[in-house]
Design a protein around this ligand. Sequence first.
Ligand code: CP
Length: 360
Amino acid sequence: MEFKGKNIISIRDLSKEDILYILDKAKEMDEKEHPSLLKGKILATLFFEPSTRTRLSFESAMHRLGGDVIGFADAKISSVSKGESLWDSVKVIGRYSDVIVIRHPMDGAARLASEATGVPVINGGDGANQHPTQTLLDLYTIKKNFGNLENLKFGFVGDLKYGRTVHSLAHALKHFNATMYFISPKSLCMPEEHLKELEKEGVEFYETENLNETIKNLDILYNTRIQKERFPNPENYNKVKGVYKLKKSMLKNVKKKFRILHPLPRVDELNRDIDNTKYGIYFQQAANGIPVRQALLCLMTKGKAKDKGNVKLSNAIKGIKCPNEKCITNHENVETLFYPEKDYPKKARCHYCERCIEID
Ligand code: CP
């Protein structure tokens, strides 16, 4: 498997074999220290949105491998605040570093960044679209606790509409014969296009608003925060704020092997009385960010460079405006590209924000 020089932008770009290979590498990182493996390499961390775990675990991973880190954690102190485009910023930063991790509020920003530079780019979260390294550490945590990833029953609860961690993980789990329960208020349900994609792949899934009823069926509950910052209208946030508050007393009828994951940060959806039970493994999950991100940094920067590879331009359709207001193509001067879906000419997918659209 060859990752050198490639990007990690979307979980859709990774096959089952790729995922398992990365998890095996992460296990190697977990089992042994490698204090000088990336000596002389530089990671650039470009965080245009707040982060604790993703940024600091990437930085820690690089330091633990003997590499160096440059970057910023606040877009206000970068030249983007003077009007510089993302494209120009990344083009320049690629000349100062060997690998870049970027978090950005716009869907598709990481894909665009990967096309601006010759160095590999890792998506640390782009808007409501994808968070592939979170998914890899989620899977690593599940594998560590359950022994394998196959045939598990997953509940996803909370903000399924804007939750990039949910979108990425649900798409990864289609490789592992998972059954999925999507638990949310109607206004935050899993977007239709994700459900259609899962349906096409033959995934068994259910939608419900009832967490109490569903929890007893589950092996894993993936709890998520309702993300105030993603709501265009604060009134809509107030309507769903605090709708699910998981606490220890709700775990009486769960399976013995039941476990709770949460990408964190949490607000009020996960009570601290669960922290010290065997069910809550979310702090272990956050810690697993280190070996997983160490594995990615090694795979992407060591060895002989190859073509970046996962930019697929040969059959692109040009000239369609992306209807997703949050797509980076509506905020940067970039030509839009869409890829034909199976039911083309009716449907096509935006190369950047990955939104599937109906063509008139
Ligand atoms: N899980 C996660 O992405 O956390 P941060 O926002 O703190 O990086």
